[in-house]
Ligand binder design. Structure first.
Ligand code: FES
Length: 101
């Protein structure tokens, strides 16, 4: 089972392969915004993935379009609601900003 490390707290929990990253973060007890209910519309679940980027699901068109409109996007950016956990460990950073939705 892959381990999910959540920054900045450093909390590490087990995650299920195939789980939505947003759900895995919420299940860990960490707070993350998800204002559009996981529809890739609000950008509030924007995170950076520092490790394990290759093992998670690929960015699809709707996620890519939303990321394009978000301030602070980097090559590590993902929407947690659109990212599926793969077989490898993941380190994710929760961010204090979003699209301003
Ligand atoms: S919850 Fe709105 S984009 Fe992820």
């Amino acid at each position: 089972m892959p381990m999910l490390t959540i920054m900045p707290s450093g909390k590490t929990v087990q995650a299920e392969v195939g789980a939505r990253l947003l759900d895995a973060i919420l299940a860990s007890g960490e707070a993350i915004q998800h204002k559009c209910d996981a529809k890739a519309e609000c950008g509030s679940c924007h995170v950076y993935i520092h490790e394990g980027r290759k093992s998670v699901s690929k960015i699809q068109r709707t996620e890519n379009e939303k990321l394009d409109s978000i301030v602070g996007v980097s090559s590590k950016s993902r929407l947690a609601c659109q990212t599926i956990v793969g077989a490898e460990n993941v380190t994710v950073e929760l961010l204090g900003f979003s699209s301003g939705f």
